[in-house]
Design a protein around this ligand. Structure first.
Ligand code: AMP
Length: 445
């Protein structure tokens, strides 16, 4: 299948050629013809599937082929995104796809001055990418009218609800023309999303590109915080303690695979490794021996393990977290298959906190942490959670003041009033920076 066979027009094909897109991804193959045919869409697809082009390409085509010129202070299509980063990213992609088309695009979001945005909207824009709050502000200040709107895209709808935008979405819904095309993209489909879809969509076509995060539901996942240098030791400890029989282990690099395999073999453990430097035949042999249980521990890189079909693995261990969060889902998808329950354990050191946060955001869950006695890390893994937008970086402990008030041990050497010292609470507490996102969706009245 090619983009041309999906019915895209020449200026779009030219842009795709420049970008090096050769084959449509599954979400594009399904979404493009449906959107071109005017259907509403409810698509289960997350970042990395090519969903942006899936909605943007047909949208650009429809706007080019149909409808009147955009009026002042108007938009013909609106793409709603949960965050300004995503709005920027989506807008950048849309602008690239539209490079040979006579269409205008623009992105608006909060946290920056509204005036330039109001100025820019004066002439109207064909495609407006927006975050919900700023869109409402612009609408209320009469900088934007929505009566010319043909298409609404809700991108990452579940995240918009997670971030507490349900009231804003309800408000926006009231601002929209009744007759329009609506495309909803969401990684997960909770009852609330279905309710939103029921309200906003008209006889939608359902697309499910990869039920990848379904696998996660049958997999018990947790994290063991540990110092980097103690990971091999912890692995062996957990293996013996849990009497692991067949484990697929993921390491980040080829060297990492080799080092762990050497270590395990040195301890008399039946382990083998696969990575891109090994010839295909060697990889296949290791895999076959693992499948037939001649090898107990198979250590792999993500690339080597891609597409591995091993049925019903009881356990996956992330010796290192993947650099790309999506790979975490690929990895744990190798256990808990076909309704079986599986386990996925991640050994996480302080360096990997950004990756942990990205995984939690992608999978929309905060992974349980379980300290292993005697392996508690010296370098604490900072707190993370599923809202993930801001990673709480490890705070550099402030040097307690050597003079003046405040509490802490330093005061012990000088005279202090007993009331000045806070005995129980340490004076330096990690600051959680994103409580705003943890409040859950606001309920509609
Ligand atoms: P998205 O899921 O929309 O965030 O897209 C993920 C990445 O895949 C982006 O970097 C896109 O530029 C890229 N991409 C999307 N569709 C294709 C395609 N058909 N071929 C190659 N790359 C693509």
């Amino acid at each position: 299948m090619t983009f041309a066979t999906l019915g895209l027009i020449e200026p779009l094909l030219r842009a795709l050629e420049t970008l090096g897109y050769q084959t449509p991804t599954p979400v594009q193959a399904q979404a493009i013809p449906a959107v071109l045919a005017g259907r509403d869409l409810m698509a289960a697809a997350q970042t990395g599937t090519g969903k942006t082009a899936g909605f943007a390409l047909p949208l650009l085509q429809l706007l080019t082929m149909e409808g009147p010129k955009v009026a002042a202070n108007s938009a013909r299509a609106l793409i709603l995104c949960p965050t300004r980063e995503l709005a920027e990213q989506v807008h950048a992609s849309v602008a690239e796809y539209a490079q040979h088309l006579p269409l205008t695009t623009y992105a608006v979001y909060g946290g920056v001055s509204i005036n330039p945005q109001m100025m820019k909207l004066r002439k109207g824009v064909d495609i407006l990418v927006a975050t919900p709050g700023r869109l409402i502000d612009l609408f209320r200040q009469n900088a934007l009218k929505l009566n010319q709107l043909q298409t609404l895209v809700l991108d990452e709808a579940d995240r918009m609800l997670d971030l507490g935008f349900s009231e804003e979405l309800a408000n926006i819904y009231r601002m929209l023309p009744k007759k329009r095309q609506t495309l909803l993209f969401s990684a997960t489909f909770s009852d609330e999303i279905r309710q939103l879809a029921g309200q906003m969509l008209n006889d939608p076509l359902s697309i499910e590109v990869s039920p990848r995060n379904v696998a996660a539901n049958t997999v018990k996942q947790w994290v063991v915080p540990v110092d980097k240098k103690r990971k091999p030791e912890l692995f062996v400890h957990l293996m013996r303690k849990g009497r692991w029989k067949q484990v697929l282990v993921f390491a980040k690099t080829r060297n990492g695979v080799d080092a762990l395999v050497d270590k395990l073999q040195g301890l008399g453990i039946n382990a083998d490794g696969i990575h891109g430097d090994k010839p295909q035949a060697t990889r296949q042999r290791a895999l076959d021996r693992f499948k037939s249980s001649d090898v107990q521990i198979l250590v792999a890189t993500d690339v080597a393990a891609r597409g591995l079909d091993i049925e019903d693995l009881p356990l996956v261990v992330n010796f290192d977290l993947p650099i790309v969060a999506e790979d975490y889902i690929h990895r744990i998808g190798r256990t808990g298959r076909a309704g079986n329950t599986g386990e996925a354990i991640s050994l996480v050191c302080a360096d990997e906190v950004n990756m942990l946060s990205a995984i939690e955001m992608l999978t929309r869950q905060t992974l349980t942490r379980q300290m292993e006695p005697d392996f508690e890390p010296e370098h604490r893994v900072p707190d993370t959670d599923a809202s993930g937008q801001v990673v709480k970086k490890p705070k550099k402990p402030k040097k307690p003041k050597t003079s003046g008030g405040g509490g802490g041990k330093r005061n012990l050497g000088k005279w202090v009033d007993s009331g000045d010292v806070a005995p129980a609470e340490p004076s330096i507490k990690p600051v959680r920076k994103v409580p705003v996102f943890n409040t859950g969706p606001r309920k509609k009245k």
